[in-house]
Design a protein around this ligand. Structure first.
Ligand code: G3H
Length: 195
């Protein structure tokens, strides 16, 4: 079956500082990851001429896919990370300290909680619909380089996980363990990794 490979972007500079959102470039470790990913993808998809690489419009996914050569790349705004609205650029500690009510409401219902002037997981799930339709339509392998919240939603769709689990899915991270066998489901392969 045609694989769909899901991967998070390489570590970004904001990830290193614990800041959510933003649009920073990769850290040194993120660069190393991008290199490993390109080796893996080029090897894994070497006979798949029609394969394509899908990223978000944010630098960290574009830079992660940058070194993969030989396949067309498509940017989707719908693959951008959950919009943290007024909390964009903050650490979780700062949110807890400066906006304790927001922090608590998110903790209570992470699926429905919408960041002020931003999005909820439900919003993300909804905006992913056209991406999912397009993914279902593809005949060739697709590598999706995206972000944690988005990948949780995509993974849940293909692995048939219930809605309420989506914001809590763990193990969607960087491919330090690229060489290991990815988890395989009926419809797709998820590059299952640890941070
Ligand atoms: O910056 C956003 C994170 O990737 C999403 O993580 O929904 O667990 O806070 P979270």
């Amino acid at each position: 079956p045609r694989p769909i490979l899901l991967t998070r972007h390489g570590e970004s500079r904001d990830n290193v500082r614990g800041r959510i959102g933003g649009d920073t470039v990769l850290s040194g470790q993120g660069e190393v990851y991008a290199k490993k990913l390109s080796n893996f993808v080029e090897k894994r998809l070497k006979n798949e001429r029609a394969a394509s690489i899908w990223t978000s419009t944010l630098q960290r996914t574009i830079l992660t896919a940058n070194q993969i050569v030989g396949f067309p790349k498509i940017q989707w705004r719908a693959l951008d990370e959950i919009n943290a609205g007024v909390c964009d650029g903050m650490t979780y500690e700062e949110i807890k300290k400066n906006m304790p009510e927001e922090y608590e409401s998110r903790k209570k219902d992470k699926l429905r909680y919408r960041y002020p002037r931003g999005e909820s997981y439900l919003d993300v799930i909804q905006r992913l619909e056209p991406v999912i339709i397009e993914l279902e339509r593809q005949r060739a392998p697709v590598v999706v380089v995206s972000h944690q919240a988005v990948l949780r939603a995509l993974y849940a769709y293909f692995a048939d996980r219930p809605l309420k689990e989506i914001p809590h899915i763990e193990g969607i991270s960087w491919l330090h363990k690229l060489a290991q066998t990815p988890t395989t489901t009926k419809k797709h392969e998820h590059m299952h990794t640890q941070s």
